[in-house]
Design a protein around this ligand. Sequence first.
Ligand SMILES: Cc1ncc(COP(=O)(O)O)c(C=O)c1O
Length: 686
Amino acid sequence: MAARGVFVTGTDTGVGKTTVAGALAAVFSLRGADVGVMKPVQTGAPKRGLAPDAKFLRIMAASRGAPELVSPVTLRLPLSPYHAARAEGVDIDVERIGAAYGKLARRHDLMIVEGAGGLLAPLTREAVMADLARALGLPLLIVAHPYLGCINHTLLTAQAARAAGLDIAGIVFCQTGRRGFPEPDFDFIEEQCGAPVFGLLPWQARLTRKSLARAAEECLDPGALAARLKALSPASRARQKSYERRDKKYLWRPFTQMKDWERGEVTVIESGKGVTLRDLVGREYLDGHSSYWCNLHGHADRRMNGAVAAQLGKIAHSTLLGLSNVPAVDLAEQLVALAPPGLTRVFYSDNGSTAVEVALKMAYQYWRLVEPAGKRDRFLAVRDAYHGDTIGAVSVGGIDLYHAAFGGLLFSADFVPAPYCYRCPLGKTHPDCALACADLVEQALAANEGRHAAMILEPLVQCPAGIITAPPGYLARVREACARHNVLFIADEVAVGFGRTGRMFACGHEGVSPDLMALSKSISGGLLPFAATLAAERVYEAFLGDYEERKTFFHGHTYTGNQLGAAAALESLRLMKERDVIGQVQEKAAALAGVLASFHDLAAVGDIRQRGLIAGVELVGDKVTREPVPWEAKAGVRVVEEAKRRGLIVRPLGNVIPLFPAPAAPTQIIRRMAAILRESIGAVLG
Ligand SMILES: Cc1ncc(COP(=O)(O)O)c(C=O)c1O
């Protein structure tokens, strides 16, 4: 396998390339890597012996490469390589340098190659230093001196690198004299160059291997640099290409126009830690939507992983048909204890749609059992609602874009307008409206007295509809209306459950106890597909009867009550308590609100909605008239693409960009996520 490596270039001569290359050689070799060094072209070299820069690098790396490999071209005049070579009547042979590099690279784990001058320093009449870096297949480390003007020089070098098709591993500043300068704006430079700044190496009075390695450890984040080099190595890039090709060849992904997908670049996530995701080529992203609204405690959390591993050591899965299992029982008991009062029974499944489907079928069969002659076969739902993608869940869904294609397959349901205050379907304004939208629920139930089996609602926030937050009191009014009309009330807490809104369940904000409650997503802390439908005792009891009566709930899934999912859910509940996740949500929600408030300055931001750590920013074409951005303008898509370039993963819901961070995200990271979103909206829409 070819060695990983880096080509150290500078924004100019005399900016500290050799010191930085030496510091890297020292730090990585002292960390245990077998480091090879190379100074392919040395001008101003002495007549005999190894040129001083090459000698220095070899000492720093404690490596013994042959001089003709470490420094294959030495020229005496202190000119550009091309001009020095011309003065000596020789030609620089890039292929010969490549062959020397190849020999060294085969012997070492990591190659540090120091260029001469800057990227456009001429090597021959036709080739410049950037061509050599490309011929060696190495990413660049740009060294700059932190004097006034360094931003300009750094950005020019980055531009030249991009124009030459070179990857930039990163940027390092190096103080080359005793005189100090203020630290350049690293964030700005990173953003403009699209590459990390690893730090500033301060002036080094002594250049010993140990002292340089220590300085590099302290100031240059060698761990991050090593990870970046690994990711940019030929092997990583080949892997990325292979996954991209096979992804496009074999996968068909949800809610995605695959024709667009096949044209785009594919980000392949390889690992995650905390709220950071890392792709195959070492790029890192903040997980701004907690991996679609499910990750609670951060990725690769030691405790969560440990709990699943411990369960795996016992058993991964045995059916709940005819058998019970330990974590499924323990979890059911805990869910009942935590759920709103009155929910006493737990029916497991494996995703949000099935949790909803189970609730709908339970409600339907419940009425068949308690009122055999009755006609309760209709469901009441809310416009813009989304409850999942199985046929029952789609039937009570109100997002035409997702649901229209399946019209012929669905059972008909009744819909009331969404409690969408920013675009009130009734043309009213909260609070003067006195919750007229809740009155419509009452009216719809009254108009079909005795016909509705259940009403289904996402309590507090209709997340997939675009983070539509219901006005206070709406939930309680809907619940009361259902009770008055003897209609079962189903709370779909798939997205909002488990602390996201600042309470364990959103129903808790308004003291609501549903008859049925659908849970999934965060239930397993975001580790495994797992779901539960909780039912009130009266619903459960209606299904009790003699075997021949066929009152059984004839529904089930293979992985119902799966032990791994249940073990993850139990550990997640334990951690929620130990880490005071709900308290953290309340505190962090305030910090998030602080940054979101500043979004109002942006011309394209019409509304900002938030409940706990669930937030949504609605983009508009005209702030005053609230004219939506035309669908074809793909405003949401463009903003999230920009956010991704800036290191934040979010997904648009039409013209709304949700920010749905895991409660485990530190406050400053949540602020950073919001700041990136703000910058991205500004960059795309002004
Ligand atoms: C409120 C709500 N209900 C149900 C679902 C469906 O869950 P799943 O995607 O796990 O089937 C979702 C998914 O986003 C949801 O947000």
